[in-house]
Write a protein that binds this ligand. Sequence first.
Ligand code: FA5
Length: 350
Amino acid sequence: MNELRRDLENLQAQAIAQIQSSADATQLEQTRVQFLGRKGRLTTILRQLPTLAAEDRPTIGALANQVKEAIEERVVARRAAFESVPGDEILAKDQIDVTLPGRRPGLGRLHPITQIIRRICGVFVEMGFAVMEGPEVEWDYYNFEALNIPEEHPARDMWDTFWIDPATSQAGKPMLLRTHTSPMQIRIMEQTRPPVRVIVPGKCYRYEAVDASHESQFDQVEGLAVDEQITFADLKGTLHTFARRLFGKDRKVRFRCDYFPFVEPGVDMSIDCFLCKGGGCRLCKETGWLEILGAGMVHPGVLARVGYDPARYSGFAFGLGPARVAMLKYGIEDIRFFHGNDLRFLRQFP
Ligand code: FA5
């Protein structure tokens, strides 16, 4: 038994020395197999266990296990040392193959609403309109009062409003999140003299329940043209041209009376349904027409308020929702898809 104990101790010492002096991972592996492999030296010693007296077997067995674990530990540590290559060697090994094709960077794309706003503005720019933008946090004066909607006027119910807390609003005057882009009509006319031809895209906010056709935050595009001798025929011609440019040259348009306090007369404009060609279908709710915007001749009271002489100047204005236009153009049934952040939807608009 003592002989076997000595053999084991010698074997451990030899194995450890050999492990430490192995030059690389291959040599290390050979050493491991030499001592711990199926036909290795430790295994050979263990095979002799059954020949020992029964009372000696546990002691020698335990010692053999200790030797095995000690050798395995050293092998693992040495292997780790081989795998951690010093910095200089990494540089020497790592080479860049400049002839490999590049990796294509992930490109973003414009949101479908942004795309449609750009198309709408593009059509009007070609007709001589300039693009302007304005504040989304607005005074009550511009959003309502100057547009012929004084306090307590029932027309205020047409626009459910997010009001700014009076404690934070400046100068004690009522402020709000603009409910439409029409306040920009006033701001622009206050700052310029006719002729005016502008198009104003921008975000609007309404305290409304969200459903398939309404969001509480949405976009509008406002248009305004003021000059001498502008008539309703100019309004019709401009908007008809716009509809044909955006929806196709065969489009028909229909104007019907509508009410907005800041225009007189006021209208809404529809195009004939491009899906059923006016015959009636699910998209146009069997009417043959799709409503796309509100419009009208600028009210003389509004012109007078900004210092334009209503006897000399006249103009037309209109406001449309690009999301509505995109829904019609692409047959999208629910406005909530646009801001639902589902890439499967958004990727359809390259
Ligand atoms: C207006 O806001 C008027 N300022 C338009 C106008 C301008 C009339 C100039 C006359 C002269 P209306 O509330 O209908 O009108 O809104 C215009 C468009 O904005 C609607 O046709 C619709 O496309 C869009 N819109 C309105 N509310 C929402 C909403 N909650 N979510 C999404 N789009 C909306």
